[in-house]
Design a protein. Sequence first.
Length: 132
Amino acid sequence: MKWTIFLLTAGLLLIPLNSSRAQQTEGKVEQKETESTTSNNPVVHEVSILHVFVPQVLVINVGDSVRWVNRHGIEHSAKSLAKNKEGLSVFFTGQLMPPNSYVFQFNEPGTYDYVCGLHPAMTGTIIVKPKP
Ligand SMILES: [Cu+2]
């Protein structure tokens, strides 16, 4: 009698396991086309702001833009360490609350290191390649 109950219970436990396995779907890998050297279309690259900048290092072509999007639960910013002629940061997103974003177009080649104004440990780099 005890064995019958045990087998029945085990059988009931197996049913949901099997059905959930059958429902597994194939994950599709999304491919993003970021090739910009062959066209003259302006390209906007995206940097997600989490507890870090993703990607931390981004290589773009001169004339491309970068959009910083705050996808974290708290306020962040991205502030260039390089200064312009006026002595101001080359770019500064301002304080961004999620899900706000900010776009900046890079018209000068160079390496632009930046930090979060609120969390100096958060760092990133935009490398702007000159025209080929
Ligand atoms: Cu921050």
